[in-house]
Design a protein around this ligand. Structure first.
Ligand code: CA2
Length: 152
């Protein structure tokens, strides 16, 4: 893309996603988080976006990352909050509070897993939710978000 400024997008990864590619590949795939982020950065360029990627195992750091992204000028976020999806009012309030449009993504189909994973505290505020496609969930989420942001 040329002639247009890059849209800034935050990609937020929650707890334990730093283990991607090292454990439980049958559920979460074999790509490492570093590889996944590198592919997303390339894909982002092709849709006129630049990314800030953040992974943390700590709830407060994820909240801080949302606030920082808003200050950086992020127009939206792709969020896999991992286990905090199901528990974190703080992260929900942060995303709603800064008014950042976001797509919730999951590697696995959480609805085919344990009941405690069926509830998301974030989804109500999300532009959309994509799950079950492994690393492609992030790629599809990024595409959908970029298209949503260009149109709005
Ligand atoms: O499917 C997803 O993307 C999840 O957000 C992953 C979370 C889980 O708590 C959610 O219910 C669904 C768990 C992330 C753990 O990541 C690991 C990666 C590799 C090895 C072990 C854990």
């Amino acid at each position: 893309m040329s002639g247009q400024s890059l849209i800034r997008i935050l990609v937020l990864h929650g707890p334990n996603l730093n283990l991607l590619g090292m454990r439980e590949p049958e559920i979460y795939g074999s790509a490492t988080l570093e590889e996944l982020d590198a592919q997303l950065v390339v894909q982002a360029r092709s849709v006129g976006a630049e990314l800030q990627t953040v992974q943390s195992n700590h709830e407060g750091e994820l909240v801080d990352a949302v606030h920082s992204a808003a200050l950086w000028g992020a127009r939206g976020a792709v969020v896999n909050a991992a286990a905090y999806t199901h528990t974190s009012i703080a992260l929900r309030d942060a995303l709603a509070g800064v008014g950042l449009p976001f797509v919730e993504v999951h590697l696995s189909n959480v609805h085919s897993r344990e009941p405690f994973r069926h509830r998301s505290l974030l989804a109500e505020h999300a532009v959309g939710v994509i799950q079950g496609f492994g690393a492609d969930s992030y790629r599809l989420g990024l595409l959908g978000l970029a298209s949503y942001l260009r149109a709005s």
